[in-house]
Design a protein around this ligand. Structure first.
Ligand code: SF4
Length: 503
């Protein structure tokens, strides 16, 4: 009989075909960059959990890669006789195996009924900010396997990130994780877990791939790495319904009805904007309500700034005063258009590895001047400025004054412009080539989007990065962010009907 790992059982829970493919055709799996990044974050949070749950460093870590499965299980069993934390303790029983993130000995006075063995509490550590449905399956599986292996398990909790917690600095990460007690429900699901293991045995033993169509399960709770394989014979369509703005889960409903192409979506099932996208896509024409766009922007004066931020998030904060997953702005670009039509540019970028927030806020206040609209493209900049104002009381009034001047060009674009090449998106990266074809992100060197900017920032601030490479990254980041704000200027020119201005 095969022993199924917890991850295999969770794969079954997502889709039996996924389990079958993981066992019989593992080479077909292609994890997305986002999935791989989430593994990395998981490891980071796991490392911090060791420090939180074992501040004196008295515990033991089982390393199954190095030790091998049987040795890991044997050492885990031996360590259960001690009274110190165990990390990655392994258990194998009843056709399944699992490794517990954290095992904590229950203090003697709380041990309850004497059973000849020490009692333990298990903690599963997750990098999410809340308990998800699949975490409950995870806890039920972990608890079942440990108890089936003879562990006197007194409780099981899920520790997840508290994104309201503020890092006090000094490597003090107490408070980063909060626990949810899942003991009762995990212990009550023994029969379910037994049935999952039986189903997994049956699925794995089958010579034939399960006949399961792609659907909502392919992205919930995880993006399935077999999606390309499963979709290889999916009917191709020239105008996918996914191009309709805010179609969301209704695309799956339409697909179930056999409707995958815009040409076949009845107009009476679409809102005004979706009908507009459909009509202009099928006719291959541009929609531009020039008067409407100009009327919105006419309210604002001619002296204007154009602003863009780049930011980075950390599950485990590295700077005092910041929260987990907070957007930390490390760069801005600001173009300023004078009343006479001259365009000036200034920028800020901190690659030192120190918290860039306060110097950036000060530089921003300096750069924005005292009056005139500040054009952005999305609500992102306004939210970040509000956060900076909340964080730095002495800069709050100036930052709030800047925020009051923000004008978001994105709604102007979504309401008054659409080009078929946008394929349902109004991101700056797709609107710009449609409105101003000569401006392109793909001609930039190195950094071409926000994700690449974050990766470049992480590389540049790493102490091992050579000065020469750091300089190269600096130039790439500056060029990228500058193009973002220049793009906002050119869009404003078109939308405001000011193409007569020389820039
Ligand atoms: S892509 Fe969808 S159908 Fe295919 S294995 Fe994954 S979850 Fe199942």
């Amino acid at each position: 009989m095969r022993n199924f790992s917890k991850s295999k059982l969770l794969a079954l829970r997502q889709c039996p075909k996924r389990l079958w493919l993981e066992i019989h055709r593992p080479a077909l799996r292609q994890d997305s960059a986002a999935t791989q990044a989430s593994f990395q974050v998981g490891h980071q949070v796991g490392d911090i959990a060791h420090r939180i749950y074992d501040p004196q460093g008295l515990g033991s870590l089982i390393d199954v890669q190095r030790e091998g499965f049987n040795a890991a299980f044997a050492r885990s069993k031996a360590l259960l006789q001690t009274h110190q934390p165990i990390f990655e303790a392994g258990f194998c029983a009843a056709g399944a195996l699992a490794f517990a993130d954290v095992m904590l000995p229950v203090p003697e006075p709380e041990q309850g009924q004497a059973g000849g063995h020490n009692a333990w509490r298990m903690v599963e550590v997750k990098s999410t900010t809340s308990v998800k449905g699949y975490h409950r399956d995870d806890a039920a599986i972990q608890a079942f396997i440990a108890r089936a292996a003879g562990v006197r398990l007194q409780g099981i909790s899920l520790a997840h990130i508290d994104n309201t917690w503020v890092y006090p600095g000094g490597e003090d990460y107490r408070g980063l994780l909060v626990e949810a007690d899942l003991t009762d429900e995990a212990f009550a699901r023994t029969e379910e877990v037994v049935s999952w293991i039986a189903q997994a045995q049956q699925t794995a033993a089958s010579a034939a791939e399960p006949d399961i169509q792609t659907g909502a399960q392919c992205s919930e709770p995880y993006a399935c790495g077999f999606a390309d394989y499963c979709n290889r014979n999916a009917p191709k369509t020239e105008f996918p319904v996914q191009w309709l703005p805010r179609i969301g889960k209704r695309a799956a409903t339409l697909a179930e009805e056999g409707v995958i192409d815009l040409r076949n979506v009845p107009d009476d099932r679409l809102n005004d904007k979706q009908r507009r996208v459909k009509a202009h896509t099928l006719a291959n024409t541009t929609y531009f309500d020039a008067e409407g766009a100009a009327a919105v922007l006419a309210d604002y004066g001619q002296l204007a700034c154009f602003l863009d931020f780049e930011s980075i998030q950390f599950a485990v904060p590295i700077w005092k005063g910041t929260r987990p997953y907070q957007q930390n702005v490390f760069q801005f670009s600001l173009h300023t258009l004078t009343a006479s039509g001259e365009l000036a540019h200034c920028e800020f970028l901190d690659l030192s590895g120190n918290d860039p927030a306060e110097p950036l806020a000060q530089a921003l206040i300096q750069a924005c001047g005292a009056s005139g609209p500040i054009y952005v493209y999305s609500a992102f900049e306004s939210t970040r400025i509000r956060e900076l104002a909340e964080r730095f009381a002495h800069l709050s009034a100036a930052l709030r004054a800047i925020r009051a001047r923000i004008v978001d060009s994105l709604p102007v674009a979504t309401e008054h412009y659409y080009h078929p090449s946008q394929q349902g998106s109004w991101s700056l990266k797709v609107v710009l080539p449609a409105v101003v074809p000569e401006l392109r992100y793909d001609t930039l060197d190195g950094v071409k989007d926000g994700g690449m900017a974050m990766d470049a920032y992480m590389e540049a601030m790493h102490p091992d990065t050579a000065a020469e490479r750091k300089k190269q990254i600096e130039l790439q980041l500056l060029a990228y962010c500058k193009l973002d704000t220049y793009a906002t200027v050119r869009l404003w020119q078109v939308f405001a009907g000011r193409t007569d201005w020389l820039l």
